[in-house]
Write a protein that binds this ligand. Structure first.
Ligand code: HPA
Ligand code: ZN
Length: 341
């Protein structure tokens, strides 16, 4: 038997990946204010505390309104580099070995920031992180689902010269009113162009959204998908087809999906055999980075050592690493737990 402190220590040291993380959602208030000054962008906040006081969300949209407001201070390749580098330092401190972060190019190109500056800044930091911290990566470009599908096609076109650094496309922003069918064409083209695909679904939408996302967008994993648990046939399908869910408990609580982590279905998901992974989503806004999510799940859901072993394995199983790379990571995870009695 391990007490919760010992389990959090295991979670900190075990090899693991983070697969659901919006780089723009790592913008801490201090950096927001620094970038606003550096770029002479007027903001309505004068202190970090004032920014944090605005973190009162009534649902996804109220969060997104603040998220896009914060994004307005990012202007240059150096800004995207610094944002990414700060996240990498946090991830490294939490013992993260591999990341597949999202970025939202349309939130920047629509403000006149060149696509190349966004990708260039992010990738330069990811390369440094790999060299200096040993954190490997695959980058995922999300389309904003509240914008017209034609804009997503244009963004896909901009990404074609960057296929060596952008592995997958995803879909985020406002789920309600923006069904997966809207993006069937652009996801089909993205697959034909060699991109992997993921999509947010079942965060505020019901289990039907998850099902339709699988049927129309043919994604390899679902981001969130928490509402799947209300539909036993869907759970059976996720297990049978090995479709991973990237779960973010602190995010779900902060946006009102659950009253507390105690109510979150992560443990039932793992016990049902779903390839569930644990992630932080927008850690600057939702009260914690990856290890904070592990701590909450251990303390409030009573996750044990075997759950941690499964979550570590799932984080690599669900990744876009090659089969050989996955095998090597899974062997590392198993070796870690073998000597961790
Ligand atoms: N959900 C949907 N879209 C998002 C999120 C999220 O949590 N964060 C950034 N874009
Ligand atoms: Zn997300």
């Amino acid at each position: 038997m391990h007490d919760t402190t010992a389990l959090v220590d295991i979670a900190a040291r075990m090899p693991k990946a983070e697969l659901h993380l919006h780089l723009e959602g790592t913008l801490e208030p201090e950096m927001l204010l620094d970038l606003a000054r550096r770029n002479a962008v007027p903001v309505r906040f004068s202190t970090a505390d004032e920014v944090r006081q605005a973190y009162e969300f009534t649902g996804l949209q109220s969060f997104l309104d603040l998220y896009y407001e914060g994004i307005g201070v990012m202007r240059t390749a150096q800004d995207f580099h610094d944002l990414t580098a700060a996240y990498l330092r946090r991830a490294s401190a939490d013992g993260v070995r591999h990341i597949e972060p999202f970025f939202d190019p349309q939130a920047h190109t629509r403000r006149g920031v060149p696509f190349d500056d966004v990708v260039g800044g992010i990738v330069s930091a990811l390369r440094e992180g790999e060299r200096e911290l040993g954190i490997t990566w695959r980058l995922v470009m999300c389309f904003l689902r509240d914008l017209p599908a034609i804009d997503a096609f244009e963004t896909l076109g901009q990404a074609l010269p960057y296929r060596d650094v952008i592995t997958a496309v995803g879909l985020d922003s406002s789920e309600i009113g923006n069904p997966p069918e809207k993006f069937e064409g652009v996801f089909s083209l993205a697959r034909a162009e060699g991109f992997q695909t993921v999509s947010h679904a079942g965060e505020e939408g019901d289990a039907g959204h998850v099902r339709r996302t699988l049927d129309t967008l043919h994604v390899s994993r679902i981001d969130h998908g928490v509402s799947s648990m209300t539909d036993p046939a869907l759970v059976e399908r996720l297990v049978a087809e090995g479709i991973p869910l990237t779960i973010c408990p602190l995010s779900n609580v902060k946006l009102g999906g659950f009253a507390s982590v105690r109510e979150h279905p992560l443990r039932e998901m793992l016990d049902a055999g779903i390839v569930a992974t644990l992630n932080s989503d927008d850690p600057a806004y939702f009260g914690g980075y990856l290890l904070d999510n592990y701590r909450a799940a251990i303390e409030e859901l009573g996750l044990g050592r075997d759950h941690l072993h499964t979550l570590a394995r799932n984080s690599f199983e669900a990744s876009f690493l090659t089969a050989a790379e996955k095998d090597a990571r899974l062997a590392e995870v198993d070796a870690f737990f073998a000597q961790e009695c």
